[in-house]
Design a protein around this ligand. Structure first.
Ligand code: T1G
Length: 698
C-alpha cells in the first residue's frame, strides 16, 4: 500500500482513499497507488464493489503539473484508466471539492459518480495550454452531450454538481463523498445495476452527428477570446473527433493533440504562469506564521469609478462595505453606478437576477469620514493628488479604529509620505486596484517602509478573498505595472514623432498578443487628465496637446487618437488625426520616416524588460514571476507568452541587452541603456529565472 493511497474493506465494499495534499494531484505515486488498490480490490473475492474518494479538501484536482517537465516515465495512467473502466465490479467515484482534469477523467472511467452539493467538476487543461489527456475529450461528450462538453473543454470552466446531475455527469448528490459513495455502491449491488461504460454509449452524440452546428456554435463562442492560443482550438478538434470517429480512434486523436501541446512553448509558458501566480501570493521577508488581522467590515473613501469598483469587489465576496463620500450628491451618483453595473451583469446572465439587490444591501453609503470608525480595513480612492491623500490620512488617524489597516488605492504616489501623516505607519500600505476595479483581477499590495507584517498579510489575504490576484510591491513611482508600462508608452510616443501612425504602433502591440495598444489605451483612460497635469507642470507633448486642444479627449469625447462611432468603443483610424500629426511634425521640422514592425516591437517591449530588471535590482519587486503576474492580470499580457520576464528569457537577455544599447545610440536616448542586472545576467548567459530560486518565501 502506498503512503498516498489507502485501501480498506467494509464487508463487501472496498474503499480506496487518496491522500496527497494539498489538492490530491495525480502524481506518479498516486496513480500507482490507486492502480495497486483497484487491482487488490478486484482480486479480493469478498469485495463486491469499490469506491474511489479523497481525503482533505478536494477530490483529485488533476495531474501533478510539476511532473510535466520531468523526464517522461512509464506512467500507470493509461493502465489505471483501463483497470477501472474494465473492472468486473462496480466502481463509484465520490466527489467533493473540485474534480478537475485527470481527476474528472478518472471519475469518468468509473461506472458511477456521486458528488456533494458544492463540488465542482471540470476539464481546465486549456488553461495550461493543454487538452484533457486521459480520454476526457471522448468520454465527457458521451456523458453530457457534445455541446456542454465543448463548452467545458474549450473554455476550461467547471460546472457545479447540480448542473452535473442535470446533464447526467453524476448519478446522485450526496451529503458526504465517502459515505455517499459507499451507500451508492450498496444501492448498485442491491438493484443489480449493470456496469455502465461511457465509451460504449454514444446516444448523446446522435444530435451533433446530425447537426454539426451544435458543436460549431459552442466552439465559436468559446474560442472568441482565444486569439493566439493553440489549446482551445486543439480541444475543439478533439471534441469533434468524439462525434465523428469511433471511440478508440477518437482517443488516438486526443493523444496526438495532447502530445503536441504538452511539448509546445505555449503550454510551458502557461504552466509557468500557473505557478508564478501562486508563488506571488507568498509574502517574502515576514516572520513565519504571521496571521492576518480579522476584517469584517471595509470602508472605502470615494464613490467614484475606482471607489465604486472596489466596493463592488468586496460586496461580491459578501464583505460589508461602508462607502463614504464628502457630499450626498456624489454618494448617490456612486451608488447609482454600482447598482447599474450589477443590473447590467444580471441582465447578461453573469450573476443571478436577485444578486444586484443582495450586493447593494452590502453597501452602506455614508457622508463624512468619521464613518470609518467600525471598519477593520479602510481604502481611500480619492483624487490622485498627494495633498488630498495626506489630508485623508490625517483624518483616518483620528477616526479609524485602532488596528484598522489603512490602505491607499493610489496608482503612483508615495505611500511612505501618507504613512508619515499618521501616528500608526505600521498600519498603512497601498492596495492598487486596476480599472475597472470590479473586473480586473490584479491588486498591487504596496509595502511601505514601516508596514507591519500582519498588516501586509491582511491585505494579501483580503485580496485573495475578493478573487483578486495580489502581488506585493515596493514604493516607487508607479510601483511595478505602471512604471514598466510608462517605458513602453514613452517609446510609443517617440515612434509617433518619427511619423508612425497610432494605428500602426497599436497594431504591433495587439499582434504581439496584448489586448490593446498604447493609443487605444490612452483613449480609453482619457487624454484630458494627463493634459491638465502637463499644463500644471509646464510640460509639452505637442501631438497630444493638439488633440486635447481640439477637444479630442478620447472615448469619452467620441474621438481622441481614434474616432468612435455610434457609441461603439471600437477605435477607428481618423484621417483628421493623421493630418494633425503631419502638421505638428512639419511645424517641429521633423521628417517622418518608416519604422519596421520588428523594430517597433523591440523599441517598445525591451525597455519594459529593462524597467523590470531595474525594479528587481532595486528590490521593488521580489521575484521575476511577480512582475509577470502583474502584467498577466493588470494589462492582459498573453498567457501563452508567460509574462514579460519569462518572455525575455525566451528571447535571450543577451539579445535584449545588445538591442537596447543599439537603440540607445540610434535614437540618442541614454535611458535605453541596459541596466546593470540585465547586463550581468546577459554576460553570464543567464535568465531572470535564475533569480526566482534566490528568493525564499516566508
Ligand atoms: N499539480 C500540482 N500542484 C497543484 C495543482 C496541480 N494540478 N493544483 C494546485 N496545485 C498546488 C498549487 O501550486 C498550490 O501549491 C496548492 O496546490 C494550492 O493551490 C491528465 C493533463 C485545485 C482549484 O489545472 O485550479 O490533469 O502554492 O493555491 O486557490 O488530462 O489549484 O500551496 O505550494 O490554486 O484552493 C488539470 C489546477 C491538470 C487544476 C485549488 N488540473 N489547480 O485552488 O489553491 S492537467 C488543473 C487549480 C491534467 C489530465 C491533464 C487550483 C484548485 P502551493 P491553489 P486554490
Amino acid at each position: 500500500m502506498s503512503k498516498v493511497v489507502k485501501l480498506e474493506r467494509r464487508d463487501v465494499i472496498a474503499i480506496v482513499t487518496v491522500n496527497n495534499p494539498p489538492v490530491n494531484a495525480l502524481s506518479a505515486a498516486v496513480e500507482g497507488g490507486i492502480l495497486e488498490c483497484i487491482n487488490a480490490a478486484i482480486d479480493d473475492s469478498k469485495v463486491m464493489a469499490v469506491t474511489l474518494t479523497c481525503a482533505g479538501r478536494t477530490f483529485i484536482a488533476g495531474a501533478d503539473i510539476t511532473e510535466f517537465d520531468k523526464l517522461p516515465k512509464a506512467s500507470a495512467w493509461n493502465d489505471l484508466l483501463a483497470a477501472i473502466e474494465n473492472s468486473p465490479k462496480p466502481i463509484v467515484a465520490g466527489i467533493h471539492g473540485t474534480a478537475l482534469g485527470g481527476g474528472l477523467e478518472l471519475a469518468l472511467v468509473c461506472h458511477f459518480r456521486v458528488a456533494i452539493n458544492d463540488a465542482k467538476l471540470g476539464l481546465p487543461e486549456v488553461k495550461l495550454g493543454l487538452l484533457p489527456g486521459g480520454g476526457g475529450t471522448q468520454r465527457l461528450p458521451r456523458a453530457v452531450g457534445p455541446e456542454l462538453a465543448a463548452r467545458m473543454i474549450v473554455s476550461g470552466d467547471p460546472i457545479s454538481a447540480t448542473e452535473a446531475l442535470k446533464f447526467g455527469l453524476i448519478d446522485e448528490l450526496v451529503e458526504a463523498s465517502e459515505t455517499g459513495s459507499e451507500a451508492f455502491a450498496r444501492k448498485v449491488l442491491a438493484e443489480k445495476r449493470p456496469l455502465r461504460k461511457l465509451r460504449d454509449d454514444s446516444s448523446k452524440l446522435a444530435a451533433a452527428k446530425a447537426d454539426r452546428s451544435i458543436i460549431t456554435n459552442a466552439v465559436a463562442s468559446m474560442t472568441r477570446r482565444a486569439r493566439g492560443l493553440e489549446a482551445p482550438f486543439a480541444a475543439a478538434e478533439a471534441v469533434r473527433a468524439a462525434v465523428d470517429l469511433p471511440f478508440e480512434e477518437g482517443l488516438k486523436k486526443e493523444r496526438e493533440l495532447f502530445r503536441k501541446l504538452v511539448g509546445g512553448d505555449q503550454s510551458k509558458a502557461q504552466r509557468y504562469a500557473f505557478f508564478a501566480e501562486r508563488e506571488a501570493k507568498k509574502v517574502v521577508g515576514i516572520p513565519e506564521g504571521t496571521k492576518p488581522r480579522l476584517v469584517e467590515r471595509v470602508a472605502i473613501i470615494g464613490a467614484g469609478t475606482m471607489g465604486g469598483g472596489i466596493g463592488m469587489s468586496f460586496a461580491n465576496a459578501g464583505i460589508p462595505v461602508t462607502l463614504i463620500e464628502m457630499g450626498e450628491e456624489q454618494l448617490k451618483r456612486g451608488m447609482r453606478v454600482m447598482q447599474k453595473n450589477w443590473e447590467a451583469s444580471a441582465a447578461r446572465g453573469g450573476i443571478p437576477a436577485d444578486a444586484p439587490a443582495k450586493c447593494m444591501a452590502m453597501i452602506n453609503g455614508m457622508v463624512g469620514i468619521e464613518n470609518v470608525r467600525d471598519a477593520d480595513l479602510v481604502i481611500e480612492a480619492v483624487f490622485e493628488m498627494m495633498a488630498v491623500k495626506k489630508e485623508i490620512f490625517v483624518q483616518l488617524d483620528q477616526f479609524a479604529k485602532p488596528g484598522a489597516v489603512l490602505a491607499s488605492n493610489t496608482s503612483y504616489l508615495n505611500i511612505d509620505e501618507m504613512a508619515n501623516e499618521t501616528k500608526r505607519p505600521q498600519d498603512v500600505l497601498g492596495m492598487h486596484f486596476f480599472s475597472p476595479a470590479n473586473v480586473m483581477k490584479l491588486c498591487e499590495i504596496v509595502r511601505a517602509a514601516k508596514t507591519a507584517p500582519d498588516a501586509l498579510v491582511t491585505a494579501v489575504t483580503l485580496a485573495r478573498k475578493i478573487a483578486k490576484v495580489p502581488v506585493v510591491v515596493g514604493v516607487c513611482d508607479g510601483f511595478v505595472g505602471n512604471r514598466m508600462l510608462d517605458q513602453r508608452d514613452k517609446q510609443a510616443q517617440k515612434l509617433l514623432f518619427e511619423g508612425v501612425l497610432p494605428q500602426q504602433i497599436d497594431a504591433v502591440v495587439t499582434q504581439f498578443g496584448l489586448p490593446m495598444g498604447p493609443f487605444a489605451m490612452s483613449d480609453l483612460v482619457g487624454l484630458d487628465g494627463a493634459w491638465r497635469s502637463r499644463k500644471r507642470m509646464g510640460i509639452k507633448s505637442e501631438i497630444e496637446d493638439a488633440l486635447c486642444e481640439a477637444g479630442r479627449f478620447g472615448q469619452k469625447a467620441g474621438k481622441g487618437y481614434y474616432r468612435y462611432e455610434g457609441g461603439s468603443r471600437a477605435p477607428l483610424p481618423d484621417p483628421e488625426v493623421e493630418k494633425l500629426i503631419a502638421e505638428t511634425l512639419r511645424r517641429l521640422g521633423r521628417k517622418p520616416h518608416a519604422v519596421g514592425d520588428d523594430e517597433m516591437l523591440e523599441r517598445m517591449m525591451y525597455p519594459v524588460i529593462n524597467a523590470g530588471a531595474l525594479i528587481l535590482e532595486e528590490g521593488i519587486g521580489t521575484r521575476p514571476g511577480d512582475i509577470d503576474v502583474v502584467w498577466l492580470y493588470g494589462f492582459g499580457w498573453p498567457i501563452y507568452r508567460g509574462g514579460p520576464m519569462y518572455w525575455a528569457d525566451q528571447v535571450g537577455l543577451n539579445r535584449i541587452a545588445d538591442r537596447l544599447a543599439f537603440y540607445a545610440k540610434k535614437t540618442n536616448d541614454p535611458s535605453l541603456e541596459p541596466v546593470s542586472l540585465l547586463k550581468r545576467l546577459a554576460a553570464e548567459g543567464k535568465g531572470f529565472a535564475t533569480l526566482a530560486s534566490a528568493v525564499k518565501a516566508a
